[in-house]
Each structure stands twice: as C-alpha cells, then as structure tokens.
Design a protein around this ligand. Structure first.
Ligand SMILES: N[C@@H](CCC(=O)N[C@@H](CS)C(=O)NCC(=O)O)C(=O)O
Length: 214
C-alpha cells in the first residue's frame, strides 16, 4: 500500500491515523504542497489524483482519493479494530461529527482556497487567517456542542475507543492552532485530543513524526 501524503496535510493525517489504528503497513510517497509551486499541481500527480489534492492511496493497482472514502475502504477491508459503531444511529452520529470537519470546515480553509481568496480579493495574510479562524471556530463550536449533547461520550468523541470523528477532529486542531484560533473554550475537544494523542496510532501519524517533516 502506498500513501501519497504531505506531512502537514490534515486530510493525509486522517488516513495515517486510520492505517496505524488498523496496523496496516504502508509506504509513503511525499507530495510537497508548496515546493516548486506545489507538487500536487504537476502532471505526474494529477494523473494519480485529478483533483490535485493529497491524500491518495494506492492499493493492489487501484488508486483511491478523498480521505473519508479511503478510510471507509480501510474499515471494510480491515474491520478490526472498528472505527465506526455498528448501530445505524450511532454510526450516523459519528459520521456527522466527522463531516462537520471534513465537509464544512476543512474545505474552506484549505491552501488553494486561502490562496484564491488572498490573490483574487487582494487580502492580507491577517485577513486570510481571520477567514480561516472564522470557519474553524464555527465548526469546532458546533462539534463541542454535539459531543456534549450525546449520551455515549467517553474518552473520545463517541465512546471509549477512537472513531472516524476523532480521526477528523485531531488533525483539524493543528490547522486551528496554525491560524491562531483560541481553543481554550473547547474543553471537551481538548480533553479528547489529549486522549487521542496518548495513543501510538495518533502520535505516530502526527506531522512532525513524518519522514518529509521540515
Ligand atoms: N476532501 C479531501 C480534501 C483533500 C485536501 O484538501 N487536501 C489538501 C491538504 S490537507 C491539499 O492537497 N491541498 C492542496 C492545495 O490546496 O493545493 C479529502 O478529504 O481527501
């Protein structure tokens, strides 16, 4: 299995966590998102992922893109340990928490979006950071409320073992700090992050632990 990844990419971080949780060995093919204008934009990588985004996973000659699709593929192929609950309502809840991050927050503070906002609307770095902070804050506030509102909260977003929700949440917190968000008001989220990072699967997937880390 080969993961096209960038150490600082939070979507790649998600897949690295899932691979580690399931003890799946894999090789890394680093794609630098800034070097030379961005290796993701080069023809060689666009042949792998026409969206010019990391991650992409190569397995048995197939190339998979979109971190959530990749993680669900891993969940089906390697069901142990599970990262989704079995009850349909619980599963929908975990997916909805994951999607707060993956569908609503992350896409609008992604590198290409921020670059576009900056260049097209002539914004300063401070203004662009403010944009990122706004959307991250909105999502984290909702997630903090969702975590507190359900009865199955344990050490993690849902229950006492990590799920897809934690896999999406933890990498997003790195982005939140990078853009200067104040996380102190999210007590549950910070406690969950601490519990996740105590697990080797999360710790080993962290950006600074990757071979391409700068
Ligand atoms: N929805 C995609 C998002 C992938 C994505 O946005 N990746 C970012 C890094 S976290 C990227 O490759 N950005 C390159 C760019 O913005 O040019 C997924 O979950 O895989």
């Amino acid at each position: 299995m080969k993961l096209y990844t960038f150490f600082r990419s939070s979507a790649s971080f998600r897949v690295r966590i899932a691979l580690n949780l399931k003890n799946i060995p894999y090789d890394q093919a680093p794609i630098h998102l800034r070097r030379g204008g961005g290796e993701q934009l080069m023809a060689a990588y666009k042949a792998i992922n026409p969206q010019a985004l990391v991650p992409a996973l190569e397995d048995n000659g197939s190339i998979l893109t979109q971190s959530l699709a990749i993680i669900e593929y891993l969940e089906e192929k390697y069901p142990q340990p599970p990262i989704l609950p079995t009850d349909p309502a619980d599963k929908a809840l975990v997916r909805s928490m994951a999607m707060v991050i993956a569908c609503e927050v992350h896409p609008i503070q992604n590198l290409r979006v921020l670059n576009y906002v900056k260049a097209t609307y002539n914004q300063t770095d401070a203004q662009v950071n403010q944009w990122a902070q706004h959307w991250i804050d909105l999502g984290l506030a909702a997630l903090e409320q969702m975590i507190g509102a359900q009865s199955k909260r344990g050490k993690f977003c849902f229950g006492d073992s990590p799920t897809l929700a934690d896999i999406c949440l933890v990498p997003q917190l790195g982005n939140a700090r990078r853009y200067g968000c104040d996380l102190a008001k999210y007590a549950s989220i910070l406690e969950i992050e601490k519990n996740c990072m105590a697990l080797p699967a999360f710790a080993a997937a962290a950006p600074e632990k990757q071979p391409d880390a700068e």
